[in-house]
Design a protein around this ligand. Structure first.
Ligand code: 3MF
Ligand code: MG
Ligand code: MG
Ligand code: MG
Length: 386
């Protein structure tokens, strides 16, 4: 039971299980792992795919011959294992050239270089079969606003995304683009900091249907927001193109903890939402093993992410079958067909009828909806005593 299989569509980034444990105050604690070795290991533990930034695979200074050699080995590992590359992205944050932004840099040369680098990374992703292309604007932001850059930055951002969408269509790549919002880190403030902000921005693009979201548990949680609500809004807008699963203590530095390691209830309602809504994209883990761990700890971390997801999926099914819980939910959602007919759609007649109705306000205010009982049963179900 709870054994991950490719059909579950679990994916990891090369940069996640490959994380060497460097942090702003300390050196790496683990040696790097080769990309093809990661592919074989991920296949062994039941993953479906692997995702990458251009430079996770091809070093930025690689020659054409080196690129070919690395790609050949990587493709062989994919072929041997059946692992797929559903998502690709660009590293537009590591190089000091991007220290003040990539697409939103005030320097036209940096913006042009960022476009060039992204087109090449899109070529790479397409060659590996990726259909989703992620934009995490790690350096698209500011520490100080003295440059007066925000409106310019948003205009540059739009220009770049429009350009790259055209490039994708022109090449026949068929990418869907997923914006990944984050409130801060590494920048003091990152533009389009949360899911809602990205959704609003997408509506201003030339081809909004090509753009959606890649929300991340840790990112909304850092901002003190409810991640399940953010994902629900993305689903409601038809914009959940991809998802980054991990965990995070609220209000802290970016932690990328093992999925479900911190906020189990949130993880439960998230899994339930993804499963109930019919989301069929990858369940991608953008997290890494604790800096304390050696390689054995890395694979424990990876297995733990998937196992917790599958356990919570089973809990969600159990929640759906639990008579008492379902009865409580049924009672919580008061139905009234006659009223629903009046409120479902505006008409003059409906408005007139509605304005003439009398409501027992006091009774409405007195009613206890039963949420304490419902939530306690949820907790007991999660704790394994139901
Ligand atoms: C940082 C992130 C990123 C993005 C990645 C694209 C390095 O907090 O979450 O990971 O996920 O760049 O998916
Ligand atoms: Mg992150
Ligand atoms: Mg991170
Ligand atoms: Mg992420």
């Amino acid at each position: 039971a709870y054994e991950p299989k490719p059909e579950h569509k679990f994916t990891f980034g090369l940069w996640t299980v490959g994380n060497v444990g460097r942090d702003p105050f300390g050196l790496p604690t683990r040696p790097p792992l080769e990309p093809d070795y990661i592919v074989y290991k991920l296949a062994e533990i039941g993953a479906y795919g692997v995702n990458l930034h251009d430079n996770d695979l091809i070093p930025v200074e690689a020659t054409e011959a080196e690129r070919e050699r690395i790609l050949k080995r990587f493709k062989k590992a994919l072929q041997d294992t059946g692992l797929v590359v559903p998502m690709a992205t660009t590293n537009l944050f590591g190089d000091p050239a991007f220290k003040d932004g990539a697409f939103t840099s005030p320097d036209a040369r940096v913006r042009a270089y960022a476009l060039q680098k992204t087109m090449r990374a899109m070529d790479l992703g397409a060659e590996l079969g990726a259909k989703t292309y992620v934009f995490w604007g790690g350096r698209e932001g500011a520490e100080v606003d003295a440059g007066g850059n925000v409106l310019d930055a948003l205009a540059h951002y739009r220009e770049a995304l429009n350009f790259l969408a055209e490039y994708s269509e022109d090449q026949g790549y068929g990418y869907r683009f997923a914006l990944e919002p984050k409130p801060n880190e590494p920048r003091g403030d990152i533009y389009l900091p949360v899911v809602g902000a990205a959704l609003g921005f997408i509506a201003t693009l030339d081809k909004p249907h090509l753009f959606g979201l890649n929300p991340e548990v840790a990112h909304e949680t850092m901002a003190g927001l409810n991640f399940v609500h953010a994902v629900a809004q993305a689903i409601d807008a038809g914009k959940l193109f991809h998802i980054d699963l991990n965990d995070q203590k609220m209000g802290r530095f970016d932690q990328d903890l093992r999925f479900g390691a911190e906020n189990l209830k949130t993880a439960f309602f998230l899994v339930k939402l993804l499963e109930d809504s019919g989301y069929d994209g990858p369940r991608h883990f953008d997290a890494h093993a604790l800096r304390t761990e050696d390689e054995a700890g890395v694979w424990e971390f990876a297995k733990g992410c998937m196992r917790t997801y599958l356990i919570l999926k089973e809990k969600a099914e159990r929640f759906g079958r639990d008579r008492e819980i379902q009865d409580l939910i049924g009672a919580y959602k008061v139905q009234d067909e006659a009223l629903a007919r009046l409120t479902a759609k505006y008409s003059r007649e409906n408005a007139r009828a509605l304005k003439g109705l009398e409501f027992d306000r006091e009774a409405l205010g007195r009613r206890g909806p039963g949420l304490e009982r419902l939530d306690q049963l949820t907790v007991e179900l999660l704790l394994g005593v139901r």
